[in-house]
Design a protein around this ligand. Structure first.
Ligand SMILES: NC(=O)N[C@@H](CC(=O)O)C(=O)O
Length: 460
C-alpha cells in the first residue's frame, strides 16, 4: 500500500490557539483539518468537513494538535555505533515522541565532518521515512578541536548543513571558535556550542558542590559552563554570527545569556527536558541512568531554567537523546557513559514541568518544541502553522490523565531513560509527516509502509 491516503482529522484543538498559561486545553474551538498530497488543504470549524470515500478519518476530540516537533539535538549514532541506535531506530523513537524532524549530532564514527558522511546520514533518514533527518556538521575535524572541518563543503552538499557542533566536546580554542563563527555567518549557519571548559572538568563525574564531596565523586563546576558561554557570546557579538548554546544547565548560564540577549547578541539557548526536572540528589543512588553531560544540577538551577523558559531567555527545548547500550550503563558510576534517551519522554516532561506549572501555554510549547528549533536550524519545508497550504507535519496529543512511563514507550534501541516508572501526563497519539502517518493511535506504522510512502514522496 504505497499510495498516499488523504486524511481527515476531526475536532482537534490547535495548540496555537491555546495562548493562555495555565488555561484549559479544551478552551479553543475544535477544528477539522483535511490533509492531501502531503499538505494541509482545508481547515474549518469542527463538524463541517464530510469524509470522502477512501479518506482516513481520525477522531481528535479532546486532542491537541501541534506542528510536528523538531529536535535540534538528537544523537542517532549511525554510522559507527549501531549497537546504541541507528537512523531507523532513532527516527522511530522520534515519531513515537511526536517529532517529524531531528537534527542529528555529529559524534558518529566516522564523524560527520565531511560532505560524504552528512549526505550518507541524510540518505538513511530519507529512506527510513519516520522523520526528516537534518545532519549537523562537526565544527572541527574528527571533533579533535584542532582544525576546522569542511564546513563549506557540508553547507554546499546535498545535505545543505546549517548547524555545526562538536557536541560531546566543547570548541575550546577561542581562535577556532572565532573562525568557525566567521565562516558560518557567510551562509547564515549557526554554531551550536557544547559549553564545557575541558580543563575545569577533567575527570568530572557530577555537579560540583557539597554533594559531590559527600559522595566522593569529582565535581563539575557551574563556572566550566558559564565561562565558555560568556566568552562565546562575546565572540558572537564580535563576529556578528549566530551562536546557539546547547543544554543550558545552571542559573548562572541563564544570567549570561540574558545579558547577551539584552545587548543584541544573536544567541539562542536550549534546555533539555531532564534538566527541567531532575536534580543532583538522584546521584546518591549511584545509578548511572542519572549520569549525563552536562550533569544534573541543584533544585535552584532547575527552577531558574523553568523561569528562563517562561521569560524567553531560553528559546527551545531539545532532547539531547543520547542512547547507550546496557553494558555502558549497567556498570559502576565512574565507568558508565554520559547520556539519556529522551525523544519519547520530551513532550510529557515539557507538559509536566512547563504547561502544568503555568510556565508556558500550549502555544508557547509549540514554539519551544517545533517553530523555534526549525527557525534556528533554518529548516525548509516545516509548517509555520496548521493552516491550508502548509506541509502536513503535525502531532496529536492527548493531555488528559497521566500514566506510568514504561519501557513499552521506548521505541529506540536503547533503554537508558531516567523516567522509567514515573507517572507522566500527555500521550502522543498520532504523528503525521508529509501527510503520512508515522504513529497511528499510539502504534508505529510498519517500517515497510513508512519507507514506501517516503520513496513515493521523494527526499525533502
Ligand atoms: N549528553 C550526553 O550525556 N552524552 C552525549 C554527548 C555528551 O557527552 O555530551 C552522547 O553523545 O552520549
Amino acid at each position: 500500500m504505497t499510495e498516499q491516503t488523504d486524511i481527515l482529522i476531526r475536532g482537534a484543538r490547535l495548540a496555537a490557539e491555546l495562548a493562555e498559561r495555565g488555561g484549559d486545553h479544551l478552551a479553543a474551538a475544535p477544528v477539522d483539518l483535511r490533509l492531501s498530497g502531503g499538505a494541509i488543504v482545508e481547515r474549518t470549524a469542527a463538524g463541517s468537513l464530510v469524509p470522502r470515500v477512501d479518506e482516513r478519518v481520525i477522531e481528535a476530540d479532546g486532542l491537541v494538535a501541534l506542528t510536528g516537533l523538531v529536535d535540534l539535538h538528537t544523537h542517532l549514532r549511525e554510522p559507527g555505533f549501531e549497537q546504541s541506535e541507528t537512523v531507523l531506530t532513532g527516527t522511530r523513537a522520534a515519531a513515537a515522541g511526536g517529532f517529524t524532524t531531528v537534527f542529528a549530532m555529529a559524534n558518529t564514527l566516522p564523524v560527520q565532518d565531511t560532505a560524504g558522511v552528512v549526505e550518507q546520514v541524510q540518505r538513511l533518514g530519507d529512506a527510513a521515512g519516520y522523520a526528516t533527518v537534518r545532519p549537523i556538521g562537526a565544527v572541527t575535524e574528527d571533533l579533535a578541536g584542532e582544525r576546522l572541518s569542511e564546513i563549506g563543503a557540508m553547507a554546499q552538499s546535498r545535505a545543505g548543513v546549517r548547524v555545526f557542533s562538536d557536541d560531546g566536546k566543547c570548541v575550546h580554542d577561542p581562535l577556532l571558535m572565532r573562525r568557525a563563527l566567521e565562516y558560518v555567518r557567510t551562509f547564515d549557519g549557526v554554531i551550536a556550542q557544547h559549553a564545557q571548559d575541558p580543563r575545569l572538568t577533567e575527570g568530572a563525574q557530577m555537579n560540583e558542590g557539597s554533594l559531590s564531596s559527600e559522595l566522593g565523586l569529582k565535581g563539575w563546576p557551574a563556572v566550566a559552563e558559564e565561562s565558555i558561554i560568556a566568552r562565546d557570546v562575546l565572540l558572537a557579538e564580535h563576529t556578528g554570527a549566530r551562536l546557539h548554546i546547547c543544554h543550558l544547565s545552571t542559573a548562572g548560564s541563564v544570567e549570561v545569556v540574558r545579558w547577551a540577549k539584552a545587548r543584541g547578541v544573536q544567541v539562542t539557548a536550549e534546555v533539555t527536558p531532564h534538566h527541567l526536572i531532575l536534580t543532583e540528589e538522584l546521584v546518591r543512588s549511584y545509578d548511572p541512568r542519572y549520569k549525563v553531560n552536562p550533569p544534573l544540577r541543584r533544585e535552584e538551577d532547575v527552577q531558574a531554567l523553568r523561569a528562563a523558559v517562561a521569560d524567553g531567555v531560553i528559546d527551545i527545548i531539545a532532547t539531547d537523546h543520547a542512547p547507550h547500550p546496557v553494558e555502558a550503563k549497567e556498570c559502576e558510576w565512574d565507568a558508565a557513559a554520559f547520556g539519556m534517551v529522551g525523544l519519547e519522554s520530551a513532550l510529557p516532561i515539557a507538559l509536566l514541568t512547563l504547561v502544568q506549572t503555568g510556565h508556558a501555554s500550549w502555544a508557547e510549547l509549540e514554539r519551544l518544541l517545533s517553530q523555534k528549533p526549525a527557525e534556528i536550524g533554518r529548516l525548509d519545508g516545516h509548517p509555520a502553522a496548521l493552516v491550508p497550504g502548509e506541509p502536513a507535519d503535525l502531532v496529536l496529543v492527548d493531555p488528559s490523565g497521566a500514566s506510568a512511563f514504561g519501557a513499552d514507550r521506548l521505541r529506540g534501541l536503547s533503554v537508558n531513560s531516567p523516567f522509567l516508572g514515573m507517572e507522566l501526563p500527555g500521550r502522543v497519539v498520532t504523528t503525521i509527516r508529509r501527510g503520512a502517518l508515522t504513529l497511528d493511535d499510539g502504534e508505529l506504522v510498519p517500517a515497510e509502509q513508512v519507507a514506501a510512502r517516503a520513496a513515493v514522496a521523494g527526499p525533502r
